[in-house]
Ligand binder design. Sequence first.
Ligand code: BG6
Length: 282
Amino acid sequence: VTTKSMANGLQYVEVDTELCQARIFLQGAQIDQFQPKGQSPLLWVSAADDYQVGNGIRGGIPICWPWFGQSEIADFPQHGFARTRTWSLSSVNMQNQLAIITLSLPINHADKQYWPHDTQLKVVFELGTRLKVSLVNTNNADYPVQLTQALHTYFPTSDIHNTQVDGLAGSQYIEFGQGPFKQPHNQVAFTKETDRVYTNLQPQQIISTPEGNIIVNRDNSHSAVLWNPWIAKSQRLSRFNDNDYLSMLCLEAANVLDDKVLLQPGDSHTLITEIFWQDEVN
Ligand code: BG6
């Protein structure tokens, strides 16, 4: 595990162990590469991204915090501010073959306009043959604090037309401000722009792609976002090629809508996602 810098000053932690190869930027605490040894990459990143200071990376796992989507206040940034701030590297440990990397977000004076509350946010990456991400919020204030959040994970596929997500039975979703709709099948395929916030969702989804099945587990999360921008929105997105929608999808472990986090004074909440290839070799 080594810490390095790009020419523009962006710092990252590079992980190369017997089990995996990974890269985590201090900006946004954003992991943009994770590949178990002998397997395909588990995270997608756009070839159009040029890794600028101040921009979230278009891929990997942006951390949306302390709100997901648009803020109720008009000019506050979409998906919060944590994804573009520089986090502190708190610790790097090896436990057997597992690399465990913890970062925390210092709230600077300017960001108090967005988040005046005395809370602590850290993220723990456990990197082995699986990737486990734990986002830990602690409320040090003497009053309850409420927030929404998501681990905005970009997954790869070689063909979105041949990709589906299973494990949706029993859930509801809201899409483009409409709903809630009852999810009619256990699975969805992609044939158009998809931008759904699912609630009451089972803790495991399976993404089947031509490369194999990706298992996505969530803990302390009953909601998730499923997103593919499709043709028209791809042309409007920053740091995204027009045909990138063919090779990615986002399934985002979340705490949104009626699953938002309400932290009592002194309490902690840990949002967890764990992702891995179902077959050991693919
Ligand atoms: C998704 C939202 O989670 O993030 C989409 O549901 C949004 O509506 C997408 O377009 C990307 O957002 P951004 O801010 O990273 O371009």
